[in-house]
Design a protein around this ligand. Sequence first.
Ligand code: ADP
Length: 150
Amino acid sequence: MEKIAIFPGSFDPYTNGHHDIVCRGLKIFDKIIIAIGYNSQKERYFDIDKMKSLISSSFTMKDSVEVIEYNQLTATLAKKHGAAYLLRGLRNTTDFEYENSISQVNRYLNEDLETVFLITSPDFAFISSSIIREVHKYGGDITRFLPYQI
Ligand code: ADP
């Protein structure tokens, strides 16, 4: 059976830290669906359609990666796509506290769903989408934090 994982997140923007998690995840899973959570109440900094195509352009293995947007429970989305795994990245204990609770809730909502955590590579541990947004907002160069050209 094909091992499919969902990698959910805001990806505002998708960074080298996220990319590293997906590339390492592809050694474990046959297919990874990068799912951009979309909330109509919350304005994004980077346009979602643009981000979708920029993420896709970061991969040459097009068959094993799909980029979608979603606006529903991640546990429901996983069922819909036949994904038995949720992929998440961990940078620090703050991530752990948050991810621990989400993982328990997702397990409750879909008991067949297993969350798999990959620890960030030291080179990317300091990268967060919110810091990158801030740097970009004030005119700083963010190209070295991203796996594509904007
Ligand atoms: P969310 O809003 O769900 O936290 P993000 O886009 O910020 O969405 O992150 C998606 C996932 O990627 C989360 O599991 C987060 O911990 C992980 N992540 C974010 N930045 C990094 C990084 N630099 N290294 C490893 N994992 C990361």
